[in-house]
Design a protein around this ligand. Structure first.
Ligand SMILES: [Zn+2]
Length: 103
């Protein structure tokens, strides 16, 4: 048995998720920087073997990823923020092509 604070932390860990909508994980949009439910966003993932960015609509791919509103695609292309977000040598042209399929 630990000190009383541990009991509190455990109780909060157990109860807080029931009070918050944990089924909607929040992610930040790369275009407008707003934090919204992940389901509103599109995920881009860096695929290491191919060394390129792909769309990850089902949020299934592992590896580094970033999120954006489909409507923020133009802003993301213009500001070239994907490479910075993924910390990978992203080809802006390839990202533009990929995001063009969203609209
Ligand atoms: Zn956005």
């Amino acid at each position: 048995m630990g000190p009383p604070e541990d009991g509190w932390v455990r109780a909060v860990d157990r109860w807080l998720p029931r009070l918050l909508p944990v089924n909607l994980p929040l992610r930040t949009c790369l275009g407008c920087r707003r934090s919204v439910a992940r389901d509103e966003l599109v995920r881009l993932a860096w695929v290491e073997p191919d060394a390129q960015v792909v769309l990850d609509p089902g949020f299934r791919l592992g590896g580094r990823g970033c999120y954006l509103h489909p409507g923020c695609a133009a802003e993301v292309i213009r500001r070239r923020t994907v490479g910075r977000a993924l910390r990978r040598p992203v080809d802006p042209g390839q990202v533009a092509e990929l995001l063009a399929t969203l609209s």
